[in-house]
Design a protein around this ligand. Structure first.
Ligand code: GCB
Length: 714
């Protein structure tokens, strides 16, 4: 039944070539406009036996409602959990989305010198796009954006409604990323005719649909196509090295302006390539490593072009963080200082919307990361939404940016065809995320069969290719192979290892963790002399299950696993361990199996983002680590308040009260004429939690009372 899809997909692969052009995130500027197409789309899944009815009947050639029944489908969202239909939840094949939109008139007039682009943030996995029945693009793979210039098309019928049709196929084959296989079950005594299942080698539900925003955007027809920024820092001078590409004209000038976070101009330059020097720069620091983490400058490109008598101006502004990244034999350095990844692995996953982008969830997750004292995460097991990555840049959350190379197990998935696709995916990912200060390392795969002979050439090639596009960042992949037989490890900059001692091996035997973990680290380091990250560890936990002594699946067991791992981490972080990433931040949905109870339950938060007991263990640890490694920024010893601003000060510094031990206070009110109140804060570290806030409130109220009684008595 999938013959059609497979043949189609492979012919596309044969046509693949190195990427053309940039993939700047679409945003407004004085020269650009944006129209979001999120909301309700018309939708139909093609349940025909060969899943090819949509193509046979050309559903794209007229409104979808005219070729059969449609339902409402929200975009962005996975389609799987939106209805009560089990068949749709587990659907494999083509689904069809459609939206009709008006294009703003000033965008379409042929004389206006505009360019109109349709951009899809991501769709799972194979997409074909038509506008008014004409095919405008196709894209292989989820998690990454793609777009089509539709200017000519819409200019040919400027007054018409614009009908956008997107067909998306979620079939995974041995040559897709992630790989999978379709298994036909031909035994008619056990399965109905035509029965097949999608097999995968990964542990998350294969959500599908249009997962990220779809937008139309307008630029001038001569436009800024791409920007590549790298940064260096030496002798107290930062350098923003830039490369700009312009399309649509060969007669243009480009000027660059760099603004600080207060919009003050700090450097300017001209031309497509060069560097801007910033004396005494505010560096981009990770969360908990500085009192202003995630400091961003704004890099503004102003392009002026001529095409005959037409003149164009395009303006695009990109946030830029000045920082350096370096790997030694035992350390990971950010701005020359040792950085320890105290972080999490995540998933894009939630009730109802599946993998669809959801702002409330995103903001909640960042608040939880801050609460936890986490400074980093890995985008397990695929690139996350650009909107999430923006938050990382702004909050100073450090990212190991992983591609969808999860579950590469079958020898055929190490062949030329798969390799060619993997190279393109890495290119797309680097193109999208290359300018992000939060991204400090690329991960090209998770738990591949890296012991296979073919894995050596495969990973050597993928890693070298990634470095050829981005020589500034280290590259890794995450291994669960035996250290002595891993064929890809020689090519990585940092060893990332997953292990589940006392869970998948020696189940229930907490007592083996310390020994086994110690051996694991010693073995890897002895062979490679590269710094190591424990990139996964954890235990499934049903919230509300309790036993003492701890038994598997209880909250006590999860805590005990963590504590046993932590004992060795504490030892090894003095040697060559540079990070620990818990598996997982939150519970998430998986395929149904006898080892999964409505999904994977290794979250320290539930799927609804409520903490299990282990969350408090990790929180305590992460804040203590931040104290111990001296990563916490120094808290100014003394803050000055006038009474009115005290409350807002407390709000702004709430996090500090959470992690500093503000044990001693002295409160001085000035003599006559002094309007300021001075509170001395002793910054003894290690704070249990927010009781200091209460002390400050008390202090404030006492002070207020005193003033009132003074003024009433005078
Ligand atoms: C792993 C995988 C991850 C799984 C996890 C588990 O090693 O990388 O995707 O979800 O183990 O819980 O089994």
């Amino acid at each position: 039944m999938m013959g059609y899809f497979v043949a189609f997909s492979f012919s596309m692969l044969a046509l693949s070539w190195a990427l053309e052009g940039g993939m700047l995130y679409p945003k407004d500027s004085p020269s650009r406009e944006l129209k979001e197409l999120n909301g309700l789309w018309s939708f139909r899944a093609d349940f025909s036996d060969r899943r090819d009815q949509g193509f046979q009947q050309q559903w794209y050639s007229r409104p979808l409602r005219e070729s059969g029944p449609i339902i409402d489908m929200p975009v962005p969202a996975s389609f799987n959990d939106i209805t009560q239909d089990a068949k749709l939840r587990d659907f494999i094949g083509w689904v069809w989305y459609e939206k009709e939109v008006w294009i703003p008139q000033p965008w379409v007039s042929a004389s206006a010198g505009k360019r109109v682009v349709l951009r899809v943030g991501s769709a799972h996995y194979y997409s074909i796009v038509w506008v008014n029945g004409a095919k405008v693009t196709q894209h292989e793979g989820g998690h990454l954006p793609f777009e089509a210039d539709i200017t000519k098309l819409i200019q040919s019928s400027p007054m018409a409604l614009c009908r956008i049709t997107i067909a998306v196929n979620n079939t995974l084959t041995l040559h897709t990323l992630p790989p999978g296989s379709i298994q036909h079950k031909a035994d008619n005594s056990r399965y109905p005719p035509g029965y097949f299942v999608q097999n995968t080698n990964f542990d998350f539900f294969n959500y599908a649909g249009i997962h990220r925003p779809v937008v139309l955007y307008m630029t001038p027809s001569a436009y800024i196509d791409d920007i590549t920024l790298t940064t260096t820092f030496a002798d107290n001078v930062g350098s923003v090295n830039y490369k700009v590409s312009v399309k649509g004209s060969s007669d243009f000038t480009v000027s660059l302006n760099l603004y600080d976070a207060r919009s003050k101009l700090v450097a300017t330059a001209l031309g497509l390539e060069g560097h801007l020097l910033v004396p005494s720069p505010n560096l981009w620091w990770p969360y908990l490593m500085h009192d202003t983490p995630g400091y961003l400058y704004s890099f503004e490109v102003v392009m002026k072009a001529k095409n005959g008598s037409n003149q164009y101006q395009d303006i695009y502004t990109l946030p830029v963080g000045i920082r350096t990244v370096e790997v030694t034999k035992t350390q990971f350095l950010i701005n020359g200082k040792p950085f320890y990844f105290q972080g999490v692995n995540k998933h894009e996953d939630a009730d109802i919307r599946g993998k669809g982008l959801d702002w409330p969830l995103i903001v909640k997750d960042f608040n939880l990361l801050k609460w936890l004292g986490a400074n980093s995460f890995r985008t397990s097991h695929y690139p996350y939404a650009e909107e999430i990555m923006d938050m990382c840049d702004r909050y100073g959350i450090v990212v190991i940016d992983e591609c969808p190379g999860v579950g590469i197990k079958n020898p055929e998935s190490f062949g030329e065809k798969s390799l060619a696709h993997h190279l393109i995916v890495m290119e797309e990912q680097v193109r999208r995320d290359k300018n992000r200060p939060s991204v400090v390392m690329w991960s090209v795969a998770n738990e591949p069969a890296s012991q296979l002979p073919a894995a050596g050439y495969y990973f050597k090639t993928v890693i070298a290719h990634t470095k050829s596009f981005d020589p500034t960042r280290p590259v890794t992949f995450v291994s669960n192979s035996n250290y002595s037989s891993d064929k890809g490890a020689p090519y990585v900059d940092v060893i990332c290892v997953n292990s589940y001692f006392s869970w998948y091996h020696d189940s229930g035997h907490l007592e083996v963790i310390e020994l086994q973990l110690n051996t694991q680290f010693d073995n890897w380091y002895r062979l490679y002399q590269k710094p190591i990250i424990q990139s996964e560890y954890g235990a499934d936990t049903i919230p509300g299950f309790h036993t003492d002594p701890p038994l598997m699946f209880t909250e006590e067991y999860q805590k005990a696993v963590l504590q046993n791992y932590h004992a060795i981490f504490d030892k090894k972080m003095k040697q060559n361990l540079i990070g620990e990433l818990i598996w997982n931040f939150a519970d998430f949905m998986t395929a149904q199996s006898i080892t999964r109870v409505v999904g994977n339950k290794k979250g320290i938060f539930t799927r609804q983002r409520q903490p299990k007991s282990a969350a408090f263990v990790l929180r305590d640890r992460y804040w203590k680590l931040a104290n111990k490694t001296g990563m916490l920024p120094p808290l100014p010893k003394t803050h000055y308040f006038d009474s009115e601003t005290l409350a807002s000060f407390e709000e702004q510094h709430y996090d500090e009260y959470e992690y500093y031990n503000l044990r001693e206070y002295s409160c001085h009110t000035g003599g006559k004429g002094r309007t300021k109140r001075e509170i001395g804060l002793n910054t003894n570290r290690h704070c249990p939690s927010g009781h200091e806030r209460k002390i400050l409130e008390k202090l404030y109220n006492t002070e207020l009372k005193r003033r009132r009684s003074r003024s009433s008595s005078s």
